[in-house]
Write a protein that binds this ligand. Sequence first.
Ligand SMILES: Cc1ncc(COP(=O)(O)O)c(C=O)c1O
Length: 357
Amino acid sequence: MATRTVPLVDLGKQNAELRSEIDAAIAGVIDSGRFILGPEVAAFEEELAASCSAKFTVGVSSGTDALLLALMALGVGPGDEVVTSAFTFFATAGVIARLGATPVFADIETESFNLDPFAALAAVTPKTAAFMPVNLYGRLARLPPTDIPILEDSAQSVGCGTPRGLAAGYSFFPTKNVGALGDAGAVATNDEDFADKLRLLRTHGGRPKYFHAVVGGNFRIDALQAAVLRVKLRQLDTWNARRRTNAARYSELFATKNTSEIMTPEDSPEHIYHQYTIRVPERDALRDHLKEKGIATEIYYPQPLHLQECFADLGYKEGSLPCTEAAARTSLSIPIHAHLEADDQAYVVETIASFYG
Ligand SMILES: Cc1ncc(COP(=O)(O)O)c(C=O)c1O
């Protein structure tokens, strides 16, 4: 039995810190009786836009729906291709396929885990309707120089700055750097017409109400989630700064050990360390060792998307995307959350070093 435990995330501590403000925000929505859109959602969208230096944000039901809605607003559909990464959460490609379009997977860069912009450009065909690079683990992907619209999957990178392409989709899944008390997401854009299309499609494409020139869906964020997120958003910069401090501490701690087998993540100024992901040999055995010692870890992601059974008809094979496949075999995310203690980090590094020593 491990004498000590280090969880991957600690939502208890995070919520306890803000509990009275969260309770007041929820009570405010209940008292207002406005549960669908309304002033809380409008205020949340304004505050989120300010916090990510975007002109417009549109609150939606999840990060998945943020990406789906952005693709719908761009008019992506059957016959279109969208170039993206296969080293990501399933939603990135799932939304493309759900619209009848084809995900086209290009390889990643080993150091950043993100889509290689030149591999992405090489995958362009006359059918390419968009690029969907993923800002994985809180680090911005390098973008391809292109006129083709770019929709960033920034689900893991809220607080990384303004959308660099046409739009960026954010997730507020509870374990994200800023998390709702349930599902929520948003699309950020600097394009006013695009923001207008997003808002229209978010409510079934009805404008005026009950008159539909286009088919949308119900993609609204709950007012309750918006109210809670307004409280948490005020902490985002502080929490992200703490994650950066924790990342720097890990890198220093690893440097003191004889752990040449371990590749620590490459830093970049905007990195907000949604995950601190190392690359290691004997990854699965190390993970078991850490579990025995009470340290939680996760593999994001063990099966790359081009090798998922549901995409078998796309014709990718083992070996199609070597850097992606190597990342899936060797990467391991260790605890990095904003409420992590320095001595827990020392314990994590000590325990990893003891496995290789
Ligand atoms: C890279 C990436 N894309 C999309 C999503 C989907 O977000 P959500 O879970 O809020 O639907 C997530 C989060 O889980 C994610 O990590």
